[in-house]
Design a protein around this ligand. Structure first.
Ligand code: AHR
Length: 501
């Protein structure tokens, strides 16, 4: 019997809703078709944005959305995407499939999408191929309330009042597609560009995100923080509010990543191993951040994460379209547990990507739409948004092949404003169901409710059978003196809600 100890009276930090954030890029069918179909489409839409997709996303309370990239961000010139649609510039999306980008989805459409979703806006600026002036004017265009050239232009384009931009990214993957820079070089550029990302609303400042490392590039983290924290008058914590981190779960090589649905047990464990690596990455990058920011003011922003498999056969390789199975659900569940456990440093995370690209929560085909197993995990985990993490410890064993072993289970626990304890757990094993005894160090459990997501390891939802994988109520637990006991089935994601008495 595995023991799960929870002490609801020891609070370990606040779980920002943004840990369950999303990412949408001008890539494949994410924006066009997936989110935006245009006002004239026969697919039901509001101001061009799909009603069915918005409804499904509102159900999981998307807290924040990052846009327009990704690699696309450093080639995006925002002025191409404003004004009358018929006169917007057409361009080639060189990164993603070489298709024509007609810029019909631009700043106004993105802000409208955020409005419909009820989420915060995370706009990623172009440092790679854009100028300081261009970045500065974009922020002025979006956020300045008064008389200025950019505010006037915004009003002329139909939006008199400014929007609020919650987060602004100063470049993306500047070590790669965003300019192939060295860390010191990026650090210097960051210092200059961010100076002109003005805060026109001091009460509600735009949070600036610097480009952080790829996976385990600890040197990047160290050198960017060192360069940006070199003393200047009025230095404020390395001049940033957040530092990004990108890590994808790729069970094979970049050339042959493996199929999204047709995989072996060995590939399953390799996937879990890659996903679990996030824990080490967060810990080690956080340790470097602690040195430069001991007060923990700078958030680690994991603004790209998720499974990256080979594209579905017959689809454009540049579109990164992949199916989604119970394996993806486990990756999502264990990764969100990692973020919760590190919530004192991880302030935002954005799964890549929202619709039709990589580990999506939604897939579309024409007028059809489905919710993936990953959507169901976000649905289960949404109770953690805006809660306090509480202390928990789970006894586990290491499972899987020797060179890719992972803990058998993961967990995180939080307490909400009404005093309800939320526990989420994953069981990564392909063949073991684990009996668990959950003990509360303080308080008594009231009437427990549960919900579980499970299925065959490669079970998925299809357009023919869109509800094949879905969560169901779970009540197979027994009350004990100080908690509950239950069995966590193999390859499952579980949530328990425990009112405390
Ligand atoms: O999400 C797909 C791509 O992965 C993004 O454009 C880029 O930032 C990363 O390499």
């Amino acid at each position: 019997m595995a023991k799960l100890y929870i002490n609801p009276s020891i609070r370990k930090g606040h779980i920002n809703p943004e840990l369950q954030g999303h990412f949408s890029e001008h890539l494949g069918r994410c924006i066009y078709e997936g989110l935006y179909v245009g006002e004239d489409s026969p697919i039901p839409n509001t101001n061009g944005i799909r009603n069915d997709v918005v409804e499904a996303l509102r159900e999981i309370h998307v807290p924040v959305l990052r846009w327009p990239g990704g690699c696309f961000a450093d080639e995006y010139h925002w002025k191409d995407g404003i004004g009358p649609k018929e006169s917007r510039k057409k361009m080639i999306n060189t990164h993603w499939g070489g298709v024509v980008e007609d810029n019909s989805f631009g700043t106004h459409e993105f802000m409208e999408l955020c409005r419909q979703l009820g989420c915060k806006a995370y706009v990623n600026g172009n440092l790679g191929s854009g100028t300081v002036q261009e970045m500065s004017e974009w922020v002025e265009y979006m956020t300045f309330d008064g008389v200025s050239p950019m505010a006037d232009l915004r009003a002329k384009n139909g939006h008199e009042k400014p929007w609020h931009v919650d987060y602004f990214g100063v470049g993306n993957e500047s070590w790669g597609c965003g300019g192939n820079m060295l860390p010191e070089q990026y650090g210097m550029e960051y210092r200059r560009y961010q100076t002109y990302v003005r805060n026109y609303d001091p009460e509600n400042p735009v949070k600036k995100i610097a480009c952080g490392p790829s996976v385990d590039d600890y040197e990047w983290t160290e050198k960017v923080l060192e360069t940006t924290s070199r003393k200047v008058p009025e230095r404020v914590h390395c001049l940033m509010d957040g530092l990004s981190l990108h890590h994808y779960t790729v069970p094979g090589t970049w050339e042959s990543k493996g199929s999204a649905c047709d995989f072996t047990g060995e590939q399953w464990y390799k996937t879990m191993y890659q996903a679990w690596y996030m824990d080490e990455l967060v810990r080690r990058h956080s340790a470097i951040m602690d040195k430069y920011d001991p007060e923990g003011k700078i958030g680690l922003i994991v603004d790209e994460w998720g499974c990256w498999f080979d594209v579905e056969e017959g689809t454009n390789p540049g579109f990164l379209y992949q199916q989604n199975t119970i394996r993806d659900a486990l990756v999502a569940g264990l990764t969100l547990n990692i973020f919760n456990k590190h919530c004192s440093r991880v302030k935002m995370a954005n799964i890549a990507q929202m619709v039709n690209v990589l580990q999506s929560v939604i897939l579309t085909e024409g007028e059809k739409m489905l919710k993936t197993p990953t959507w169901h995990v976000f649905d289960l985990y949404q109770v953690h948004q805006d809660t306090d993490l509480v202390e928990s410890f789970l006894e586990t064993e290491m499972i899987g092949p020797e060179d890719a072993s992972v803990p058998s289970m993961t967990e995180s626990a939080s307490i909400d404003a009404d005093g309800v304890l939320h526990v989420t757990m994953t069981n990564q094993s392909l063949d073991a169901d684990y009996p668990v005894e959950l003990s509360l160090a303080t308080g008594k459990a009231g009437t427990v409710k549960g919900c579980i997501l499970t299925g065959e390891m490669n079970a998925k939802n299809t357009f023919e059978d869109p509800n094949h994988v879905h969560s169901i109520a779970f009540d197979a637990f027994e009350a004990t003196d100080n908690g509950v006991s239950f069995t966590l089935p193999r390859h499952s994601v579980l949530r328990l809600d425990i009112p405390l008495e």
